[in-house]
Write a new protein. Structure first.
Length: 353
């Protein structure tokens, strides 16, 4: 039995804000090996699931992409793990990045700053190198991928109860089942806590967690989608860039957009979700206007250029974590006008944590 948080447009769907990135630059063997194995499962998704979903099938988009440098990285350890797993990669210097990906600015800005910092528009302090992995990419529809997993589970005999509140977990020497809000009790020899950021609330129901070394809590997470630069996205080149020098990542979308997210740098404020962790609710649909925590309406330079004056489409998830986003979304090779009273220079955006 699995206890999870369900919601969104499809039953059991993952948050619409998921960026669904497939990458391999983890500092542990478990992380690298698991990601590399998963990449092959995504490449043959129907075969992995043993069937097809009538709702459609999610697809893996292999883009390749660079992981740009930052002071906190241990590239040697990651590459040793990649060698062990058989993950191909290439070291790129700044000249190679500019040649292969002319859309990117290789200026080094770490440590990043918030837009309110006086040093926000400081000039870069050198050039970046990076590590290119040709097999990274993204899943084109993470909600559909979750639905595909549900359909596969049903084919194997699983039953789902959506919008059902778990009010208690039965346990003596071990967990034996769960109690539901309508009075139903379900017995099971194993109960899997799959509530994601809300797993702490499920742990409380089971009376465990006080001695856990790792705990969870829901945070708000902000992800923006803007129009991709010309030649990228729909009908053009697909791209994924991990940019810890700025504390951001960007990837193209099949519809011609550019998804921009953050890596939780220190200059970003962590904001807890206001949604109760014990009462499941539907997640909000994608907003078509920026939220109150979106960046100011200015056009400072960025590592990946987007059309002037374009407002971001802000996607937030109350279950995975949101910061107050106070910087432009991505790295660009072109300069833009700065706010009144400031200089028009290329800014650092976030912090190298």
């Amino acid at each position: 039995m699995s206890v999870s948080w369900s919601g969104g447009r499809r039953p059991g769907a993952v948050p619409p804000a998921s960026s669904a990135v497939i990458r391999f630059n983890y500092p542990t063997w478990t992380g690298v090996a698991g990601a590399w194995e998963s990449r092959h499962a995504w490449a043959d998704w129907s075969g992995h699931l043993g069937g097809h979903d009538e709702a459609g099938q999610a697809r893996f988009s292999r883009t390749g992409g660079p992981l740009l440098d930052s002071p906190g990285q241990d590239r040697a350890t990651v590459q040793e793990l990649c060698d062990r797993a058989g993950v191909p990669y290439e070291d790129w210097d700044a000249a190679t990045i500019r040649e292969r990906l002319p859309v990117l600015d290789t200026g080094r800005h770490c440590p990043p700053k918030a837009i309110t910092d006086e040093a926000f528009f400081d000039e870069p302090t050198g050039d970046l190198s990076g590590c290119w992995t040709p097999d990274c990419g993204f899943v084109d529809d993470p909600q559909l991928a979750a639905h595909n997993l549900m359909a596969a589970a049903v084919r194997h005999g699983a039953a789902f109860r959506f919008r059902t509140t778990v009010t208690g977990i039965t346990a003596h020497d071990r967990v034996t089942g769960v109690g539901l809000a309508d009075g139903t009790r379900l017995s099971a020899p194993v109960v899997v806590n799959a509530a994601g950021p809300h797993s702490g609330a499920v742990n409380q129901l089971a009376g465990v967690g006080d001695d856990f070394a790792v705990t969870t809590r829901p945070l708000r997470q902000e992800v923006h989608e803007v129009r991709a630069p010309d030649g990228y996205g729909r009908g053009g080149r697909r791209l994924l860039v991990a940019d810890p020098d700025l504390g951001t990542y960007v990837r193209t979308t099949p519809s011609g957009g550019l998804v921009v997210g953050g890596t939780e740098p220190r200059c970003d404020r962590r904001t807890g979700s206001t949604i109760p962790t014990t009462v499941p609710r539907s997640r909000p649909e994608r907003s078509t206007t920026p939220s109150s925590t979106a960046p100011p309406a200015v056009s400072p330079p960025s590592r990946c250029p987007t059309p002037h004056g374009e407002s971001p489409v802000c996607t937030t998830s109350p279950t995975t974590g949101s910061r107050s986003t106070t910087r432009p979304p991505c790295r660009a090779t072109t300069s833009r006008s700065a706010p009144a009273g400031t200089s028009s220079r290329t800014p650092p955006w976030s912090d190298c944590s």
